[in-house]
Design a protein around this ligand. Sequence first.
Ligand code: FAD
Length: 318
Amino acid sequence: MKVTDHIKKAKGKTLFSFEIIPPQKGRSIQELYNNIDPLMEFKPPFIDVTTSREQYIYIDKGEGLLDRKITRMRPGTVGICAAIKHKYNVDTVPHVLCGGFTKEETEYLLVDCHYLGIDNVMALRGDAMSHQKYFEPSKGGHKYATELVSQIQNLNTGKYLHDVVESEHKSDFCIGVAGYPEKHMEAPSLQTDLKRLKEKVDAGADYIVTQMFFDNKKYFEFVEAAKAFGINVPIIPGIKPIAVKRHLQILPQVFKIDVPEELIQAVENCKDNKAVRQVGIEWGVKQSKELLDYGVPVLHYYSMGKSDNIKAIASELF
Ligand code: FAD
């Protein structure tokens, strides 16, 4: 079932969902199940599964020589989506990236999703690879998420890249895209970024999931600004509980987001990461309660590999 249909069916009741990251190559999918199991009591109608960019790895060839290879460290997104859908009887949302894929490869991936009964996809550009300063599209790939949304929409109307037979059986993907309450790091202004977001919606995006934020005011202002831009699809807030002290540096650096002074102080006063995790939970509960009161369609949590803190937050709310 489509994410937007789940939202409609809920008739104004806020839903719970979360995002997981595939295990590293060579690790067991059981790790994921161990994180999903404790969250299933909150009845998520859908679970997102991220896709990782490929990165350089360095292989020691001996005698001081290093070989450099490009590889995707966490493959398996579509397979994981199918496995979770089957095991838990829940809808899944694979993240589909422009970066690292040709349009042809994307089409194959979407065909797989369609055959597997996956009804939703999250269309994203992806970041630059770690050795790059700026995002570079793959040869034969898309430059912006809008182009990817258009490709998915084309498929929904039975238009493949190179039509072979008259299309009788069309996909009908519900398409999610990313939104940035504190603007995307490359956008010159929030207004410009909103204009680009509107383009994604006009190209066929059905809903938006936001980048993490720690100050709800940023989300409320973003929703209002988006409405003023004529963006009328559901805007789902993405929430990440702070879990370790290092997050105070890493999250603003990687995602270009602000952490409120009050939260910084509370984390800095912690004597260990167990205490930080508790602060993250308390902040997450406070943030979530306020978002619930505002009437958000879904509270969507970034699990980043561990779910105990999300369980603690959800236990207070659902
Ligand atoms: P776009 O919408 O293409 O925007 C990228 C930048 O280009 C923005 O600054 C935008 O303003 C600008 N822009 C857009 N169109 C144009 C145009 N026509 N001309 C000029 N400028 C333009 N990354 C992963 O690698 N894997 C994941 O699974 C993943 N999941 C995510 C989930 C969510 C909810 C979010 C918020 C992000 C996720 N990301 C993921 C990160 C995402 O890939 C990065 O934030 C990336 O830098 C931008 O992706 P986008 O889809 O927002 O790009």
